[in-house]
Design a protein around this ligand. Structure first.
Ligand code: FMN
Ligand code: ATP
Ligand code: MG
Length: 509
């Protein structure tokens, strides 16, 4: 069988292991379920193309091993029931590739023109389907919590989702397609790295090449994307990020601005040593200043213990009410480094080995891990995005709207912050900056308190605060906001309640 032979004869040990495991899952499924009870969910994408050829190999080997040594009637033919959910938003190239493959390999194609759930309900009524092969891979948004055999979710018709390539990486997918020299949809040679609908998919910007001679813009083929974590960079996010007026560019697509919205962040420092008072956390203060300088509001700072539950609780609390949560501290190989585990727990996912991250760590430390795996390379499964930048020795970890910084000193923090600002996927959009005005006065707190209270009610959009550096020194009233006219109006309003000369403008805070 040509697929089996190509993989067995190649020198890629890792691909051989992945292939062996996937074919094992497929062969066992053919034993567990009769041929009429299984279906293949095929949509012409790269992952389902890999699965198509694994199914062909698995079907052939199953026939050979289980049917009294009688091989399948043809190496090519794989008459498995194949379901394709067709819709008008699919790329024509995907449609035609799907139909072509179905013809070449004699798949029993069922074209379904309903949404996934209704289509599967309809299928369950008409056919005795018990298991469906799907090309889901860890890292796909819907892979969270899935195993190689995962029953369908509550509310869906009952069937087993069989995910033979769940643990395959982007690199494994391309290694397989190229090693086996099988055809794949032409869009992947035009820079598309993951394909959704015509409305939300563009070529991956990371593959763009500009030919300076004729100004033609081209894209390298998908298999040349070196960092598989960015395979979905050409897929537009379903919920565009919010902005406070400037154009927001998400994956190269401009979205309309939402004036006067602001973005909020929380910072969580992890470390018993900070709570004991033996270590001052200058990094958190510095992060506050950095966020403020790009127009973000910091709503909450917390210091938590080096304890998985303490981290998880705090992240859980902050992630739903903030646009971004930044964690700092508790990252590394020590027993007390529990930040990553805490983040996984807060999202209710397990930690799983991340081969790409492991390679970065190995490269950095030259470590030969003694155990099976390096514990530092265990990352929250299905929700982790590695943030790569040429200035970062190891990528930073992002899980949805939570970013984990590994900086231990101010120099490292400055470097990591600089990189975050340059990476579009960090969510750190630069907003219009905050403007502040400070008035200094020698009147007492008692004399000014009522006026300030009323002022706050009239100007809820301006942050008005008073502080003094010493009991005897002047009181400084600060006005902070984004609208200079409102800040001026608030400070004028206050001055008008007192006699001339009561306030002087000052630069110092
Ligand atoms: C054959 C098949 C079975 C699916 N089974 C489930 C399921 O059991 N539970 C579920 O929540 N979604 C299920 N889905 C939906 C997918 O998880 C996912 O929502 C879908 O692929 C849409 O992905 P997209 O939003 O990236 O297009 C299934 C999809 C297919 C094609
Ligand atoms: N329209 C569809 N019809 C049938 N199966 C589908 C459809 N859309 C998704 N699937 C199933 O879900 C799997 C995962 O889809 P996904 O889009 O992540 O991968 P892909 O389309 O194979 O490759 P790519 O990531 O490059 O788009 C597919 O491999 C296929 O099994
Ligand atoms: Mg796809």
């Amino acid at each position: 069988m040509e697929i089996d032979k190509a993989v067995r004869e190649c020198s890629d040990r890792r691909l051989q292991t992945k292939y062996k495991n996937a074919v094992y899952v497929i062969e066992r499924s053919f034993i567990l379920y009769s041929f009429e009870e299984v279906a293949f969910s095929f949509n012409g994408g790269k992952d389902s193309t890999v699965l198509l050829h694994l199914l062909r190999a698995g079907y052939f080997l199953h026939k050979k091993n289980c049917c009294d040594g009688k091989p399948a009637d043809s190496e090519k033919r794989c008459p498995i029931r194949t379901i394709y959910f067709e819709n008008s938003r699919a790329f024509p190239e995907i449609d035609s590739f799907t139909y072509k493959m179905a013809k070449v390999y004699e798949l029993q194609l069922d074209i379904i023109s309903l949404d996934f759930k209704s289509g599967l309900e309809d299928l369950a009524r008409k056919k005795p389907i018990k298991a469906i092969f799907i090309g889901t891979r860890i890292g796909d948004p819907n892979a969270v919590g899935q195993e190689q055999f995962s029953p369908s979710s509550t509310g869906w018709p009952p069937f087993m989702r069989v995910n033979p390539i769940l643990d395959w990486s982007y690199r494994d997918v391309w290694a397989f397609l190229i090693t086996c020299k099988v055809p794949y949809c032409s869009l992947y040679d035009q820079g598309y790295t993951s394909i959704g609908s015509i409305h939300d998919t563009t070529p991956n910007e990371l593959l763009r090449v500009t030919d300076s001679s004729n100004k033609a813009e081209q894209f390298k083929p998908a298999y040349q994307l070196s960092d598989g974590r960015l395979e979905r960079a050409g897929r537009r996010k379903k919920t565009p990020l919010i902005s406070d007026g400037a154009d927001v560019v998400v994956n190269g697509v401009k979205s309309s601005p939402q004036p006067n919205r602001s973005l909020v962040a929380s910072i969580i420092g992890v470390g018993d040593e900070i709570l004991y008072g033996t270590f001052e956390h200058h990094l958190i203060i510095s992060l506050c200043k950095k966020l403020h300088s790009i127009g973000w509001k910091v709503t909450h700072n917390a210091i938590v213990r080096n304890d998985i539950d303490s981290v998880a609780e705090e992240v859980e609390l902050r992630k739903s009410t903030n646009d971004l949560v930044i964690l700092i501290g508790g990252v590394g190989p020590l027993h007390s480094d529990v930040t990553v585990a805490g983040v996984a727990k807060s999202f209710d996912v397990r930690l799983a080995p991340d081969e790409e991250f492991e390679e970065h760590l190995r490269h950095l430390n030259g470590i030969q891990f003694t155990g099976d795996r390096n514990e530092m390379a265990l990352l929250p499964e299905g929700i982790t995005e590695l943030l790569h930048h040429e200035m970062l020795p190891v990528p930073l970890i992002k899980c949805r709207n939570v970013i984990i910084l590994s900086a231990t000193n101010i120099e490292e923090l400055n470097a990591q912050w600089g990189c975050l600002l340059e990476l579009p996927e960090t969510l750190l959009i630069q907003l219009s900056p905050f403007i502040s005005k400070h008035l200094s006065t020698l009147i007492t707190d008692m004399e000014i308190s009522t006026s300030l209270q009323n002022l706050c009610l009239r100007f809820p959009d301006v942050c008005i605060a008073g502080h003094r550096k010493s009991r005897e020194g002047p009181l400084i009233i600060s006005f902070v906001g984004k609208d200079i006219a409102r800040i001026e109006a608030a400070s004028l309003d206050l001055s008008q309640n007192f006699k001339d000369g009561t306030f002087t403008e000052t630069n110092c805070e």
